[in-house]
Design a protein around this ligand. Structure first.
Ligand SMILES: Nc1ncnc2c1ncn2[C@@H]1O[C@H](COP(=O)(O)OP(=O)(O)O)[C@@H](O)[C@H]1O
Ligand SMILES: [Mg+2]
Length: 236
């Protein structure tokens, strides 16, 4: 499979403020603001066709940008088969969403404060062989509703669309999806199939983020990050 070689990278880190990379995430945030002019978007889902395209990196770095604009943000890791958001914040994935739903835990037990003021994290938690059970649960719906009350933004790191059917269960929790594509690697046929599946679940797509764009191709000449806003959703 396409991304088999892409091993989990436990050295992941949030980019430093005042770097070209950080500026790229500001650009993404500005574009997202445009897509939500007509409606209040609180819950963004970050997805891709396959693992390793940059979902977690995009979600965690955008959280930093939003927090620096005085927004209160929580990241919810629902990529239950391959959770990594905790690495970005050097936090353990000891208890998280699976534990909150399976045991009698309070939100305080599972909300982790990160080193960035205003960015909290709920990790995936104890590994479960049946992620779908969690993803279809009423408890998860209620959790997201609570988080919407507590925070300005809920950023959900979601599973890749083509790797399992997990995503079908998440679409109802999300206001808008950000589709993350590995520049030059994500296959057009996979992309089309992923978009089709999102549309089948009536999901809204805020835009596409291209990651790992070669410098000479990037619109921002400094960086390997870029963003494309999908103006005509039907044209996808
Ligand atoms: N915009 C980017 N530019 C360069 N490398 C990136 C970018 N986004 C992610 N990466 C790298 O790609 C790899 C996979 O990213 P990750 O966010 O873990 O993907 P996913 O969550 O989709 O599996 C990581 O090593 C990460 O550092
Ligand atoms: Mg990930």
């Amino acid at each position: 499979m396409l991304f088999k070689k892409n091993k989990l990278n436990r050295q992941e880190a949030i980019v430093k403020v005042d770097t070209p990379e950080y500026q790229s995430y500001i650009d993404i945030k500005i574009n997202l603001d445009f897509t939500s002019i007509d409606k209040k978007v609180k819950v963004y889902g970050f997805t891709s066709t396959m693992p390793g395209e940059g979902k977690s990196s995009t979600a965690c770095n955008l959280a930093q940008v939003l927090a620096n604009e005085e927004k209160k943000v929580v990241i919810l890791d629902l990529d239950l088969r391959r959770p990594t958001t905790n690495y970005f914040f050097k936090l353990p994935n000891d208890v998280g969403v699976s534990d909150y739903l399976a045991k009698e835990l309070t939100l305080d037990d599972v909300i982790k404060h990160t080193f960035i003021d205003n960015v909290d994290l709920i990790t995936a938690g104890t590994h479960t062989p049946y992620p779908q059970k969690i993803l279809v649960s009423e408890g998860l719906k209620k959790l997201v509703l609570k988080l919407k009350e507590m925070y300005d933004y809920v950023l959900i790191d979601t599973p890749p669309i083509l790797a399992s059917s997990d995503m079908i269960n998440i679409s109802s929790l999300v206001d808008e999806f950000v589709m993350v594509c590995y520049y030059g690697v994500t296959k057009k046929t996979d992309f089309d199939e992923a978009i089709k599946r999102l549309k089948n679940t009536n999901s809204d797509i805020a835009g596409i983020v291209f990651t790992k764009v070669p410098k000479k191709k990037a619109t921002n000449s400094y960086s390997s990050y870029s963003y494309s806003y999908v103006k005509n959703k039907n044209g996808l």
